[in-house]
Every structure is written in structure tokens, then in C-alpha cells.
Unconditional design. Structure first.
Length: 390
């Protein structure tokens, strides 16, 4: 039995004759909305998704970090040269020496100068002002030679200088300590100087302590107050005022041309114009003041940390000391607290003692070499104070 097979028209085949062609269906139109039905509205825009609180906090911290890095870059890293402060220098007139009155009839006596001659003398004196200088050649005559230089590994003596380097080993409680003391006599205050890194006053300009000392032909030197690391702090170098800003949480020591030292605890005590008129020669801004007028600070000292210390002090005008106490080196030297430093200075006989920058900065040189053992080999800084032949 054969089954019938219905053949479907082949796709694309022509229609048979007589057949009505099939029309394609009209496109379906969308149905009209039902009466009473509300028209459909498009969905409202979704509000932006807020970040979690922890992500917002991280973003704020990152932005603050970037701002701090930019600030530190411009304030501490990029070197900035600065100019000295323009303060007029005072004219110091010499004190007149009284002359005996002429004796009547004494032909050898000189006639009294006329008013015009006196005016001429005063004008000449004002044109050539005399500087105040501390000359200690008579006071310490036995400390200086007639011209020859006598030096050893720990001493230097010449017509202008007498310096002895001593090493102290002692214990404070359970802490071992090593201190280096340079006992310094100068014939003239012109033997004591400061030196700026790269011979330039400014921010973030640094150089090695030994490099600065050797460029200065220094016999003895220690690090300074690291003025370039701070925005404030009085800076006077060799009689020139470079910065007139006392500085927050700082104290100031001024060495005058007559050899005296004076401490200033706060800005209200310091008048730059008056200090310069009084003959300021060098200044140091750091602190604290360890000894003032032979007495310790009656209010005590804030820090009790054991750290390396650098100290400058005076026994009397013309007789000074540079001190470096090594620290942060267990088994060798731990370093002193502020109170222990003050007591050590008083035992050495200092009537004035002032703390300079310490820690990794604390370094001392003597006759072209590093004399102490700096913590982690020290670091480059912005300035030194040194003693050299005039």
C-alpha cells in the first residue's frame, strides 16, 4: 500500500496558474489603550549610588596625604634661597678721654680746639664708626703663644686660640654616657663664626658638618640649630640679621661682640633692632636654655628622653665650650635628658648653656675630622658654629 505524499510548495516557487496570490499580512498595530486606563509613564531616573562611608573616608585621607606631600615638597625639600633682613646698623661712637685743662702761661700746652674744629672731629668720627669687639688677649695672655702653633690630637694652641678636646665617660643611673667637650679660649670674638650650607641662607639647603668645617678652616666645630628646617627662629650670622622671627616653642641665645651671651625665653623679650644695636654677633634659636646666670631652669624641663645632645655655653666672656653627648647607641652611650644635660653643664662650670639641634644632627669636628660617634653616621644640615683663626 502506497501512502500519499503531499508536496509543499518549494520556497521561492512561482504560484500556480489561476491561483489567487496570497497577500502578506498587514503589520500589526498597537492596540489602543482601554478606556479609563492610565497611560504608562517612563521609569523615573534612579539617584546616583552613594559610596560607603569607609570609601569616602579613604578618599579624604588620600586627598589630605597628597596635600601634605605637596606642602612638604615646597616647604622642606625644594631648596629656597632667602635674603637677610634689612635693619640699619647702629653707629657706635668711642668714649672721649678726658684731657687736662691747659695751664695759663704754659707755652707747651696746646690751645683748646675751636667749635669748628670740634664739629670736624665729630663728623670724622661718624664717617668711620668704631666697632665693638671682644679682645681677650690681656685677660687670657697665658693661654696664647707668641705666634707659633702647637697642636696634638686633642689640643690646639696659637696666638689666637687655645682649644682642648676632652672625652668624658660616666653613668647616669643605669645609662652609660659618652660626652665630648671642647674647652675654648679665644683672643678675639672674631674667631667664632657660623657657616651656612653651600654658603647660602635659605630653606632645605643642607651640607655635611665636616664639609662645612673644612671649607671654613675650622679648628673646632659643632652642628648649629638647623635653622633651615624651621620657618621661625632668629638667625644672626657674623653680625648680619637674616631672619627676624622668634619662632613658636623656641628660645634664643645671642653671642655679642663684647663676648657676652644673653638668653631670650620668649618673643616679648626680644627686639631685633635693639639687639643688633647692642652688637649681636651670632644667634642660635632652639632650646631649651640649660643654664642662665649660673642657675638651672627653675621651671624644669619638658623632655625626659635620652637622646644625643649638642650644647654651646660660656664660662665667661672669651672662654666657651662646645659639647656633644652621643646617644641612642645601647652599650656605648644612651644620651642625656634635658635635666641631666643641664646638670652636666653646671658641673663643667658654665654660667650660660644652650641646647642646639640634637639627635642624628649632633656632630663635632676637631682638626679636620669627626670627633664623636654620631648616631647612624649623622646627617646633612643647614649650618654649623665653629672656631677658626681670624
Amino acid at each position: 500500500m502506497q501512502s500519499k505524499r503531499t508536496n509543499a510548495p518549494r520556497r521561492g516557487a512561482a504560484p500556480r496558474q489561476g491561483a489567487t496570490p496570497r497577500q502578506s499580512a498587514a503589520p500589526r498595530q498597537s492596540a489602543a489603550p482601554r478606556q479609563g486606563a492610565a497611560p504608562r509613564q517612563s521609569a523615573a531616573p534612579q539617584p546616583p549610588r552613594q559610596l560607603p562611608a569607609w570609601q569616602l573616608m579613604l578618599t579624604d585621607v588620600a586627598l589630605i596625604g597628597v596635600c601634605l606631600v605637596v606642602f612638604a615638597l615646597f616647604d622642606h625639600v625644594i631648596p629656597v634661597k632667602q635674603q637677610a633682613v634689612a635693619i640699619p646698623q647702629a653707629t657706635v661712637l668711642p668714649t672721649a678721654t678726658p684731657q687736662p685743662a691747659p695751664v695759663e702761661g704754659d707755652s707747651d700746652s696746646e690751645a683748646a680746639p675751636s667749635a669748628d674744629e670740634e664739629a670736624g672731629q665729630i663728623a670724622s668720627t661718624e664717617a668711620e664708626p668704631m666697632q665693638i669687639a671682644g679682645d681677650f688677649s690681656a685677660k687670657f695672655a697665658d693661654k696664647f703663644t707668641d705666634g707659633e702653633v702647637i697642636q696634638t690630637e686633642t689640643s690646639y694652641q696659637s696666638a689666637n686660640l687655645n682649644i682642648t678636646l676632652s672625652r668624658y665617660e660616666f653613668s647616669v643611673g643605669s645609662y652609660e654616657q659618652v660626652a665630648y667637650v671642647q674647652d675654648i679660649y679665644v683672643r678675639s670674638i672674631d674667631c667664632i663664626h657660623r657657616r651656612f650650607a653651600e654658603d647660602t641662607f635659605g630653606k632645605a639647603i643642607t651640607e655635611g658638618v665636616l664639609n662645612m668645617a673644612n671649607r671654613s678652616n675650622a679648628v673646632a666645630a659643632v652642628n648649629g640649630d638647623y635653622y633651615g628646617h624651621n620657618n621661625g627662629g632668629i638667625v644672626i650670622c657674623d653680625g648680619v640679621l637674616y631672619r627676624d622671627s622668634f619662632g613658636a616653642d623656641m628660645q634664643t641665645l645671642v653671642l655679642f661682640r663684647d663676648g657676652t651671651m644673653k638668653c631670650y625665653r620668649q618673643a616679648s623679650e626680644f627686639n631685633a633692632e635693639q639687639v643688633m644695636a647692642d652688637g649681636a654677633w651670632q644667634s642660635f634659636s632652639f632650646g631649651p636654655i640649660y643654664v642662665n646666670g649660673g642657675s638651672l631652669n627653675p621651671n624644669g624641663y619638658k623632655s625626659s628622653n635620652h637622646d644625643p645632645r649638642t650644647i654651646i655655653g660660656m664660662v665667661e666672656p672669651g672662654h666657651y665650650m662646645f659639647i656633644v653627648v652621643d646617644g641612642r647607641q645601647k652599650g656605648y652611650s644612651e644620651g642625656l635628658t634635658y635635666t641631666e644635660s643641664a646638670e652636666f653643664c653646671q658641673k663643667l662650670g658654665l654660667i650660660t648653656a644652650f641646647n642646639l639641634d640634637g639627635g642624628k644632627t649632633s656632630q663635632m669636628t676637631f682638626l679636620g675630622r669627626i670627633a664623636n660617634q654620631p648616631y647612624k653616621n649623622g646627617r646633612e644640615i643647614s649650618d654649623i658654629v665653629y672656631v677658626a683663626e681670624p
